[in-house]
Design a protein around this ligand. Structure first.
Ligand code: 5RP
Length: 226
């Protein structure tokens, strides 16, 4: 069973006519965009904004009406994947390198719905190396400052093209913390370092997390009190 496809397709029930939809990035979001494309073909009327060039190209192929974020004054709902989800629905994102655009869009969305398979659920964030987007200028200085926060920060490499380059022309440091005991504090400390553009900790942003299990079950996790 393709869990990513199953959970992604279940998320389309949150999309209604007239909505402005944020499209996430990665292999799970890919399935969501494909399903949305089918629904648009069947008459669903939405506008969508994409969090990466890859998602935008796919959406355009499927004839989903794409708008630039300059053209809209709100985003109703964004559906995106994640690399780790903790019990408080805090996330690590950026495995695909789209964390900066994803965080801008997630922060602006009235609702952020995360779609994952069960392998992404963790008790504590940090096993997955935390992606941190940094500008290429004086990279080794920024890398050293990031490592002073208690991690090994490796420069992401793209097998085909050498150093990985984000859609914004930046570099990703994959930071091995192993355990992140205080994500709020870490996100602030990282973003205070000159040269760091954004990090992949998404704190208090996800409203719902849809989880697909190997036995075929689907679970909807909600933020407590909402
Ligand atoms: C891209 C992301 C993705 O949502 C995250 O890496 C999960 O990807 P996938 O759905 O392929 O497992 O944050 O920057």
């Amino acid at each position: 069973m393709n869990l990513k496809k199953m959970v992604a397709e279940s998320a389309v029930k949150y999309i209604q006519d007239g909505m402005v939809v944020g499209l996430g990035s990665g292999t799970t979001a890919h399935w969501f965009i494909k399903k949305l494309g089918q629904m648009v073909k069947d008459g669903l009327e939405i506008k969508a904004g994409a969090t990466s060039v890859e998602s935008e190209v796919l959406a355009k192929e499927l004839e989903i009406p794409i708008v630039s974020f300059e053209e809209i004054d709100h985003i109703d709902v964004t559906v995106d994947g994640a690399d780790e989800v903790d019990p408080g629905l805090n996330l690590i994102k950026g495995g695909g390198g789209a964390l900066l655009r994803e965080k801008i869009v997630a922060t602006e969305s009235r609702e952020l719905i995360i779609i994952v398979d069960e392998s992404k659920l963790v008790k504590q964030l940090g096993k997955f190396p935390l992606p941190v987007e940094v500008i290429p200028f004086a990279l080794s200085i920024t890398q050293q400052k990031v490592e002073e926060l208690g991690c090994k920060a490796g420069i992401r490499v793209d097998q085909e093209n050498g150093r990985f380059k984000t859609n914004n022309g930046n570099v990703i440091l994959d930071c091995e913390f192993e355990k992140i005991s205080n994500p709020e504090e870490l996100t602030q400390k990282l973003n205070m370092i000159p040269g760091v553009v954004e990090n992949g900790l998404f704190i208090n942003l996800a409203k719902k997390v849809l989880v697909g299990y190997k036995n075929g079950n689907l679970e909807i996790l909600g933020r407590s009190g909402e």
